[in-house]
Design a protein around this ligand. Structure first.
Ligand code: MN
Length: 489
């Protein structure tokens, strides 16, 4: 890290200090602490000077008298552009009602969000640094706000960090948030991981020694370290495997970092000659990188004393990219990027981040008022959500797995209660049909229709379920308010 700030950064600190003068954070500290912390995070990520300056000024336009014009005059177009992007992003977000509908229910909000995200990806990076510091200091907020911000982070910002392959950030965001969202479960799993690691320590040491000896014998230059599994990712994996910890194969993982790709495969072979690889657990993310650009070899083996250990083998550069992701790319490409990275100039992004290019081109189209075919869009920032259209073109967001009745109840309970059929993409379909990304869904209703008990099997979201249950109760006793009736029995 730099020891001394550049004159431009020094000036930005002064401007931020003056602008936020007299403002306090919820922690009681002067507000300036926050932009300074964001600056530090961005420096640690190796971001360019404009991004760091924009980080220092990111809350000024929204919360102080400082104007975009003044920022532009003082620090240039690029900084002003970034600050404006961050401001837009938070405005777009404030327009959305609450966390369950964080994603825009209306087309307008969606456009705003896309445009805000797509303009310059550095906007997102500033936003992530901002969120990280806010989370680190979340204890100062009242409990209901803590939960809300933590939940939003788990649902939106941590997946975003993952899409940018910022592994270290993803883990920190997820674990910090999970602690607030479900404190008991967090402690429980944390203890579980610690106990597991303790019990594995001895045999792990032995495995490490065996591997080291084998690698040295082959004169391979390497670094070996253990990696600790994040509490939140364990929580998610356990949910997938019916809470059966014996099915989690990567609780213990060792990471081997070598000089080049050839050595990666050499090491893989060596590991397999030492231990028995588990069937179907060898993954070559070097030949086939993950969508976010992650590269590594993974293999799960069974050791001589019957331990299950995952090995992750990669080069230094791949490792750097796995931990810092997009930020690392910026670092490597700093020269190119700081000079050329402006709106529209997207050809300098590394090829493994092509989805960002896609996002930016989509945003550009939206800005020009062109219609965008979501179905063709491979970007999926929010992995567990789908977007579907009403025939009028409004966008409704639903969880993956949602059915037509979920869609109908999301529109309105009046619509949900009177469903007689559904057309998907113009064709008659049925209520058991799972909706897919980009479907155009038309609900057919009839005034004479009443909600059916059997619909409970055709519903995926708890939102629709509770609406249907309420309607069913009401059906049984249409003349009186259902709650009162129950009480009198
Ligand atoms: Mn902020």
């Amino acid at each position: 890290m730099k020891e001394k700030d550049s004159p431009r950064i020094e000036k930005a600190i002064e401007v931020a200090r003056k602008a936020h003068e007299g403002q306090l954070r919820k922690t009681g500290e002067p507000y300036l602490v926050h932009p300074l912390a964001v600056k530090k995070i961005l420096e640690e990520w190796g971001m360019d000077e404009d991004t760091i300056i924009a980080g220092l000024l990111h809350d000024t336009v929204e919360d102080t008298d400082l104007t975009l014009e003044e920022i532009k005059k003082e620090f240039g177009e690029s900084v002003a552009f970034l600050v404006d992007g961050v401001t837009k992003l938070s405005t777009a977000r404030n327009g959305m009602r609450d966390i369950d509908t964080y994603l825009p229910a209306t087309k307008d909000n969606f456009l705003r969000l896309m445009i805000a995200l797509g303009d310059d990806i550095r906007v997102l990076i500033i936003k992530l640094a901002d969120r990280l510091h806010n989370l680190r200091t979340l204890s100062a907020l009242p409990p209901d706000k803590q939960k809300k911000i933590a939940k939003e982070t788990l649902e939106v910002f941590a997946p975003l960090a993952d899409r940018l392959n910022m592994g270290l950030l993803r883990v920190e965001l997820a674990d910090l948030s999970f602690k607030y969202v479900d404190p008991r479960r967090f402690e429980e799993l944390k203890t579980l991981i610690e106990k597991y690691n303790q019990s594995a320590e001895k045999s792990l040491k032995k495995i490490e020694d065996e591997v080291k000896t084998a690698l040295k014998k082959e004169k391979i230059h390497f670094k070996l370290s253990g990696r600790v599994k994040s509490v939140y990712s364990l929580h998610k994996k356990l949910a997938k495997h019916n809470q059966n910890i014996n099915e989690i194969y990567d609780l213990t993982a060792l990471r081997i970092i070598v000089d080049d790709v050839t050595d990666c495969y050499l090491v893989l072979g060596l590991i397999h000659s030492l231990y028995t690889p588990m069937n179907g657990r060898i993954k070559d993310y070097i030949a086939m990188p993950k969508q976010n650009g992650y590269q590594s070899l993974h293999t799960t083996v069974i050791t001589k004393d019957k331990r299950v250990v995952e090995f992750q083998i990669r080069t230094e550069k791949m490792h750097e990219y796995a931990e810092r992701g997009l930020a690392a790319s910026f670092y490597y490409n700093e020269q190119k990027l700081t000079e050329n990275y402006k709106k529209g100039k997207i050809e300098h992004l590394p090829t493994n981040l092509l989805w960002i290019t896609e996002l930016q081109m989509t945003a550009a189209k939206l800005r020009e008022g062109k219609r965008v075919d979501l179905k063709k869009l491979k970007i999926n920032l929010f992995a567990d959500k789908i977007f579907v259209y009403t025939p009028k073109g409004d966008i409704i967001d639903l969880p993956k797995g949602a059915l037509p009745l979920d869609f109908a109840y999301k529109l309105h309970s009046e619509i949900g209660d009177h469903v007689v059929g559904v057309k998907i993409n113009g064709k008659m379909s049925n209520l058991n049909k799972k909706l897919a990304q980009g479907d155009i869904v038309e609900i057919l209703t009839s005034k004479n229709q009443t909600p059916k008990q059997s619909w409970l099997d055709k519903i995926f979201t708890s939102h629709a379920r509770s609406k249907l249950l309420r309607a069913l109760r009401f059906e049984k006793s249409p003349d009186s308010e259902p709650k009162k009736k129950r009480k009198s029995r």
